[in-house]
Design a protein around this ligand. Sequence first.
Ligand code: AMP
Ligand code: MG
Length: 414
Amino acid sequence: MLQVNQAESIILNLVQPLDSERDVETIDLLTASGRILANPVTSKLDFPHWDNSAMDGYAVKFADVKDCNPENPISLEIVEEIPAGYQPQKQIESGQTARIFTGACMPQGADTVVMQEVTKREDDRVVILETPQPQEFVRYRGSFYQAGTPVLNPGIYLGAPEIAVLAALQCPQINVYRRPKVGIISTGNELVTPEQPLQVGQLVDSNQYALAVTLEEMGAEVIRFGILPDEREILQQTIAEAIVNTDFLLSTGGVSVGDYDYIEEILTALGAEIHIHFVAVKPGKPLTVAQFSDAQCLYFGLPGNPVSALVSFWRFVQPALKKLAGVNEAEWGPEFLMARSLQDLHSNGKRETYLWGKLNLGNDGYEFKLAGGSHSSGNLINLAGTTGLAVVPINETLIPAGELVQVLKISFTS
Ligand code: AMP
Ligand code: MG
């Protein structure tokens, strides 16, 4: 059986990222949150756009004030007042200054700002009481960013900081990757929607909800194919239609070894190449990964158990989706942290075991608090509140309380 890291690399090798020319759309900055930049951005503007003051004070020639102190103050003539947004009209000559405010343009001839706290105003003159540093409190044009150089590189998620930068540099429209199209199918004769009355033996299709929302949070366009019965023809027909219009197709259930588990048979009949059948992971041993080369669709047959489905999604599908979406390799994840376990963590040692719980920052670094209740893959009730999955490596049966454990951090984008 494949080990987790072998499965991970097989999957990542199967993923072809979206194309940075063909799979791109131009959007407004205000709609760009959570999208992935597809092309480098350069601006025609320097930043700061003009030499400007970082303080409320007086714009001076440094040479005029280089020797002053409270015993030997220097008096300068104020020739102009420059508030923010005003274009200075006068050139500062020796012995002169301009009253200036934070963010206002530096006048010609001045090279330094003296903050007002070390000055004394006397009508149309000001007395400078302390020598500043040369060029102090001047933000020079282009000192933070020079026009024409790359400001942001492709493959990054756009959030408030990046969008603020692009706005400041007057790049109101940008090229981002289109949203990856991900189809989801729930399989099982026993499944109903949350609205339907339950008959004996039925179960609510929670997987569709879990996958739809996490995919949406990741920026995918989700195409929901609903609940399908365990019937070969219907499954095969839906899958055949779905692969044509999706980058990834995810199904849950029907990938185990039971009599009603048809997914692999159908994938083979439709011409897919199956690369993964099982992975030595708990929860989530059955995992089908198949490629439809003609349709350019990667198929993930996830286990039906709700916890197995989500853990398999976080561990295997999420990094693949980030690669598909055009995200930089360094961000594909998953992100692992070392945390001190607050409880004993048990495994049977046969498979790499993921135990769900909460990751908190304690006084001494991260701590992992195991979710209380059953860790059966059929129990999703205690999954609520999960922010981390502690990993008990294969061949290990116990990580005692107080020891460090590797924890997969659950996050959506970065
Ligand atoms: P399967 O892999 O189809 O044998 O399903 C394994 C277990 O997961 C069974 O108990 C199913 O009833 C349950 N299950 C399958 N699909 C879903 C789903 N979409 N939502 C919740 N539970 C499911
Ligand atoms: Mg089933």
